[in-house]
Design a protein around this ligand. Structure first.
Ligand code: NAD
Length: 293
C-alpha cells in the first residue's frame, strides 16, 4: 500500500523504514531535508510538503514533536487537509495533548478524512525493531482497517476509546515512566552515597518487585554515563506539561508528576534538555554533588 509519512526524526525514520521493509510504498516529508533524504535512500519517495504527501496517499501517518507541529502539518498551509482525498485515514502517532487530537479530528472529519490518534511507547530501539506498544483512539472500524499497518511498527496495538483516548493513555504511560526514572535515580544515589556499588544493587533487585522495564533500560545508561537520546528531557517536559494540563482539566491532581516536572525544568535550565530522560539522575547528582558510581 502507498503510505504517507510526515515527521522522520528519531522515531519516524525507523518506523517508515520498517513499513518499506514490509513491502509498502512510502511518500515521505519532513521539514528537515536530510531526514527525507535518508528515507528516500532507503527506498521511499520524497515529497516537498505535507499536502503533496496527502495528495498521493489514502493512509497518512504523522510522527511529530507536539500539538502545534501536528496542527501545522495537518491544518496549516500546504498541510494534509489541503491535499487529502475524502475517505483517507490520518494516523497521528505523535504524543500530543488529547484535546488537540480531538480538535484536529474535528477538522479532518469536516473534510471527510478519518483520524486516529495512535501514540507509541518503546522508544528508538523498539521503533527500529518494530516492537512498539501502540495505543489508539478513534473509530473502532477505522482502527481495524489499519491495524495490520500499525502492527508492522508495533508488537501490540490496543484500541483505547474515542479520538484522544490514545493520547490520554500515553500521558498515563509518560507519568509512570518519568516517576519511575526519578525513583531509580533517587534510590541509586542513596546506595552510591552509602557506599554500595549501584551495579550490584541493580543485579540484586532487578528480578524483584522493584524491577521494571524502565529500570532495565535506564539504570545501565545512568551507570555508564550514557545520556545520548533516546527520549529527550525536553520531550518529556512536553508530555508532563500535557499531563498536568489534562489532569487539572479533568480534576485529577498529579502531585508526583508536578515534582518530577520541576526536576526536568531544572535540567532544561541547566542545558540538559537534549539529554536522554535517564539524565533525571543528574538532578539528584547536582543536588548531592556526587555521581552515581
Ligand atoms: P524528533 O524531534 O526526533 O522528530 C520529529 C521530526 O518532526 C523532526 O525530524 C522534525 O524535523 C519534524 N517536524 C517538525 N515539524 C514538522 C512539520 N511541521 N512538518 C514536517 N516535519 C516536521 O522526535 P521523535 O523522538 O521522533 O518523537 C516524535 C514523537 O514521538 C513525539 O511526540 C515524541 O514525544 C514521541 N515519542 C518519542 C519517543 C522517543 O523515544 N524518541 C518514544 C515514544 C514517543
Amino acid at each position: 500500500m502507498k503510505i504517507g509519512f510526515i515527521g522522520l526524526g528519531i522515531m519516524g525514520k525507523p518506523m517508515a523504514v520498517n513499513l518499506l521493509k514490509a513491502g509498502h510504498e512510502i511518500v515521505a516529508f519532513d521539514v528537515n531535508e536530510s531526514n527525507v533524504k535518508d528515507v528516500a535512500d532507503a527506498g521511499g519517495r520524497a515529497a516537498g510538503t505535507s499536502k503533496e504527501v496527502a495528495e498521493q496517499c489514502m493512509v497518512i501517518i504523522t510522527m511529530l514533536p507536539n500539538s502545534p507541529h501536528v496542527k501545522a502539518a495537518v491544518m496549516g498551509e500546504a498541510g494534509v487537509l489541503e491535499g487529502a482525498k475524502a475517505g483517507a485515514v490520518l494516523i497521528d502517532m505523535s504524543s500530543i495533548a488529547p484535546l488537540a487530537s480531538q480538535e484536529i479530528g474535528k477538522a479532518c472529519a469536516a473534510k471527510g478524512i478519518r483520524m486516529l490518534d495512535a501514540p507509541v511507547s518503546g522508544g528508538e530501539p523498539k521503533a527500529i525493531d518494530g516492537s512498539l506498544s501502540i495505543m489508539v483512539g478513534g473509530d473502532k472500524e477505522v482502527f481495524e482497517e489499519v491495524k495490520d499497518i500499525l502492527l508492522v511498527m508495533g508488537a501490540s496495538a490496543v484500541h483505547c476509546g474515542s479520538i484522544g483516548a490514545g493520547n490520554t493513555t500515553k500521558l498515563a504511560n509518560q507519568v509512570i515512566v518519568a516517576l519511575n526514572i526519578a525513583a531509580v535515580s533517587e534510590a541509586f544515589l542513596l546506595a552510591s552515597k552509602a557506599g554500595v556499588d549501584p551495579k550490584l544493587v541493580f543485579d540484586a533487585i532487578k528480578g524483584g518487585l522493584a524491577g521494571s522495564t524502565v529500570m532495565n533500560a535506564k539504570a545501565p545508561m545512568i551507570m555508564e554515563r550514557n545520556f545520548k537520546p533516546g527520549f529527550k528531557i525536553d520531550l518529556h517536559i512536553k508530555d508532563l506539561g500535557n499531563a498536568l494540563e489534562t489532569g487539572h482539566g479533568v480534576g485529577a491532581p498529579l502531585p508526583l508528576t508536578a515534582a518530577v516536572m520541576e526536576m526536568l525544568q531544572t535540567l532544561h535550565a541547566d542545558g540538559c534538555g537534549q539529554d536522554d530522560h535517564s539524565a533525571i539522575a543528574k538532578y539528584y547528582e547536582k543536588v548531592c554533588g556526587s555521581e552515581i558510581r
